[in-house]
Design a protein around this ligand. Structure first.
Ligand SMILES: Nc1ncnc2c1ncn2[C@@H]1O[C@H](COP(=O)(O)OP(=O)(O)O)[C@@H](O)[C@H]1O
Ligand SMILES: [Mg+2]
Length: 261
């Protein structure tokens, strides 16, 4: 079976800036990756490539066995779920939560046709329940709290039953309760073997859900280190990737980091 994601020597240049610089990264079936790095390290740009929404300036990117540049990205995109702040901003505030989730089946925002298949209705219902937003189905998206919006958006990104799920800072802006609810929903998703391969971008090791197996550390557009979580998430790696002396603690299946005193 081919890799889910295989980037070889991928660079992204914009003018004189190199945003990604020779990134090679392979994601295989069943893996759950966390991507960590400072602001501006290139995490969002990397996810844009993984989502088939940006092409490398050089190097190759194979997504779900197809090479970017040779495949019709409009056929590829429904197979890849993406949740990001930029996409959330495009959801109309007046849209009902049920439709926010349901319309993903058609790759559109805004309810544009009345006759949804009952199969889709059932799936939307199940996903809203899994992410604890089923009681909000008849509310307008704009009236939800930040945490409820994030969970609705993740439910939406799973609607097409993607093979790969990409989450760009899903916990950003959440309060402690919201963050913990999200982490536990993602941990449950990670545990389920039927779930897609997942890639989660964050700045905070506290947001790593139990069950995530691998870590990619980015620094200045380059891969700093990558591999199985336990081996890779060390104080030494984190300190050099973030450019400050850090202590990393593990409490059960959760992580924490702070500046070394
Ligand atoms: N279109 C662009 N043109 C020039 N620079 C860009 C562009 N898009 C992003 N950048 C820069 O590339 C760097 C990486 O951005 P990004 O991938 O958003 O990082 P991260 O998500 O890790 O914070 C940042 O310094 C950003 O300012
Ligand atoms: Mg980003």
């Amino acid at each position: 079976m081919s890799d889910v994601l295989d980037l070889q020597d991928v660079s992204i240049r914009r003018g004189t800036t190199t945003i990604l610089d020779g990134v090679s990264w392979t994601v295989r079936d069943g893996e759950r990756w966390v991507v960590l790095g400072r602001n501006g390290a290139g995490k969002t740009t990397l996810l844009q490539i993984a989502a088939g929404r940006m092409h490398p300036s050089s190097g190759t990117a194979d997504l779900l066995g197809s090479r970017l540049g040779r495949v019709d990205v409009f056929e590829l995109r429904p197979r890849i779920g993406l949740s990001s702040a930029a996409l959330a901003d495009r959801i109309p505030a007046g849209e009902l939560v049920r439709d926010v989730v349901l319309t993903a089946a058609y790759g559109v925002t805004g309810r544009w046709r009345e006759a949804y298949e009952s199969l889709d209705e059932g799936r939307a219902q199940d996903l809203m329940a899994a992410f604890g937003v089923d009681h909000l189905a008849s509310r307008r998206f704009g009236t939800l709290s930040e945490g409820e919006r994030k969970r609705a958006q993740i439910a939406r990104s799973l609607m097409t039953d993607p093979e790969l799920l990409l989450l760009d800072e899903p916990a950003a802006g959440l309060d402690l309760g919201g963050r913990e609810e999200l982490v536990s929903a993602l941990a449950e998703l990670a545990r389920d073997r039927r779930s897609p391969v997942m890639v989660l971008v964050t700045h905070h090791v506290e947001e790593i859900p139990p069950g995530f197996t691998h870590l990619l550390l980015l620094r200045d557009g380059k891969v700093h280190s990558a591999g199985p979580m336990e081996e890779t998430l060390t104080a030494e790696n984190l300190s050099s990737a973030f450019g400050l002396e850090l202590v990393v603690d593990r409490h059960g299946d959760r992580w924490a980091a702070r500046a070394a005193s």
